[in-house]
Design a protein around this ligand. Structure first.
Ligand code: RP5
Length: 162
C-alpha cells in the first residue's frame, strides 16, 4: 500500500519537530511519506506537490513551517485534501506567534487545521483519525491509543494517592 499521509516541511531545520508526526503515525501503523517542500524556495515543487498529492492516493497532508509560514496555506489553496498545519518555532521565528498566526488566520473558503506550536504529534494523531474514517482496523488502534492515555493517568493517580 502507498502512503496515505504526506508530511512536508519548509526546511530540514523543521525535521526534529516534524519527526514527531512521523513517529506517532508509525506507531499507529499509518503509511506515510516525508519530504521538504518550500513555499518560498521551491515554489514550482509546491505547486506540483499540491496539484498531484490526491492523485497519488494521499488522503491527508501535514505541512510544517516556521516564521512566515506560508506552506500549509498555499497547499490548502491548491489541493482538495485536508491540510493540517504545524507552526514551527524556527530560527526565523520571533517568538512562535508569527508561525502560529501565519498558519491559523486563513481566509474563508481555504481551511487549514492548525495544531499548537511545534504540535506535530497531534498533527499525526489527527491525520490518523481522518484516515481511520475509512479504515476500521486503524480506528481500533486509535481507540487502544486513547485507552493507553487513560491508563497512564490512572497509574499516576494511583501512585499520587497511595
Ligand atoms: C521556513 O523558514 C522553514 O519552514 C523553517 O521553519 C524556517 C527556516 O528555514 P531555514 O533557514 O532553517 O532553512 O520556511
Amino acid at each position: 500500500m502507498g502512503a496515505k499521509v504526506s508530511i512536508i516541511m519548509g526546511s530540514d531545520s523543521d525535521l526534529s519537530v516534524m519527526n514527531q508526526a512521523k513517529d506517532i503515525l508509525n506507531e499507529l501503523g499509518v503509511e506515510l511519506e516525508l519530504t521538504i517542500v518550500s513555499a518560498h524556495r521551491t515554489p514550482q515543487r509546491l505547486y506540483e506537490f499540491a496539484e498531484n498529492a490526491h492523485k497519488r492516493g494521499i488522503e491527508v497532508v501535514i505541512a510544517g513551517a516556521g516564521g512566515a509560514a506560508h506552506l500549509p496555506g498555499m497547499v490548502a489553496a491548491i489541493s482538495p485534501l485536508p491540510v493540517i498545519g504545524v507552526p514551527v518555532k524556527s530560527s526565523n521565528s520571533i517568538d512562535g506567534w508569527d508561525s502560529v498566526l501565519s498558519i491559523l488566520q486563513m481566509p474563508g473558503g481555504v481551511p487549514v487545521a492548525t495544531v499548537a506550536l511545534d504540535g506535530a504529534k497531534n498533527a499525526g494523531i489527527l491525520a490518523a483519525q481522518i484516515v481511520s474514517v475509512q479504515n476500521p482496523e486503524l480506528r481500533e488502534r486509535i481507540i487502544a491509543y486513547k485507552q493507553k492515555l487513560t491508563a497512564q493517568v490512572e497509574e499516576k493517580i494511583a501512585k499520587l494517592e497511595a
